[in-house]
Design a protein around this ligand. Sequence first.
Ligand code: F7E
Length: 334
Amino acid sequence: MKKKAFITGITGQDGSYLTELLLAKGYEVHGSVRRTSSLERSRLAHLYADPEVYNQSLFLHYADLDDPTTLRRVLSRVQPSELYHLAGQSHVGLSFEIPETTCEFTAMGTLRLLEILRDLPEPPRFFHATSSEIFGRPAQSPQTEDTPIAPINPYGCAKAFATQMVRVYRESHGLFAVNGILYNHESPRRGENFVTRKICHAAAAIKLGRQRELVLGDTSALRDWGHARDYVRGMWLALDQETADDYVFATGKLHSVQQVIEAAFAAVDLDWSGYVKFDRHFLRPSEPLHLLGDATKARTRLGWSPGIPFQELIKEMTIAELNQLTRTDPKGAA
Ligand code: F7E
């Protein structure tokens, strides 16, 4: 019998990489998709197009985190042995604009899932994709699973609530529930409003003469950036254990937004300095500080380590943008 996994957020960056990983491991993969007018599922398009995969080992279900009745019905029917919860409003800047929506999906959505699992006769193993943003501006750097939670933005607060609830349901209700505390992780499939993708896209578009400038907020901000492909491997490993626990997934290396700019423009052989402009519109009311992860526990217990270094990641993302832009309008290439 094939193992069955269920993924919320299957159409996102992490969902699509995780789907590929699980299909390669022989799983039957199910995912929930939101009803939207745009049908934005491009990250899974190559799998839909494959008649040996779509509706054979990959299945999609309409369900959303604010509709627990449907979620309960779908999960009762599918009966997965593993549930990877990746969905939620994940943009930190946007969470200042739409705090209630952020909490509704990211915090309450997680609690609703935990409540459903608690009632199932055989609850699946549960992976919750949480975030370094739960730490805010920690006194301790690097952070571990034991660093105190002290978020400083609505997104971090929603994730903090959900993270703590996962711990409560693990300890009080005996669920096999895991928090993966994920530091920033990127790829060519990253959403366009995150800074790495925005920069890599701009470098490629400027190279091709299709964009004139790149407008950014705080370029001195530091982050611990890894590759999403490495992080989804960690998710799977975290559920493939005897007991449930929390794990930090991080590279343990800090880079600035400015270093992303330099690496992306170098990948297309351009001098960045004439193109990058500042706009305070992209500044946030507060910035986390010292968010650097210590993944010792994931390394020693799970045998996990990040394989793809920062320079390689940014180069891969920029070249992917260049290829994509050239494919969409080959004549525009300069
Ligand atoms: O910002 C600065 C911005 O939006 C990174 C999510 O996956 O990782 C991600 O959150 C930094 C910040 O990611 C622009 O102020 C400057 O300091 O790419 P980002 P994030 O906020 O770190 C965590 C771990 C998550 O959990 C989240 O879900 O870049 N920055 N100028 C800018 N950021 C954006 N987006 N756009 C700018 O123009």
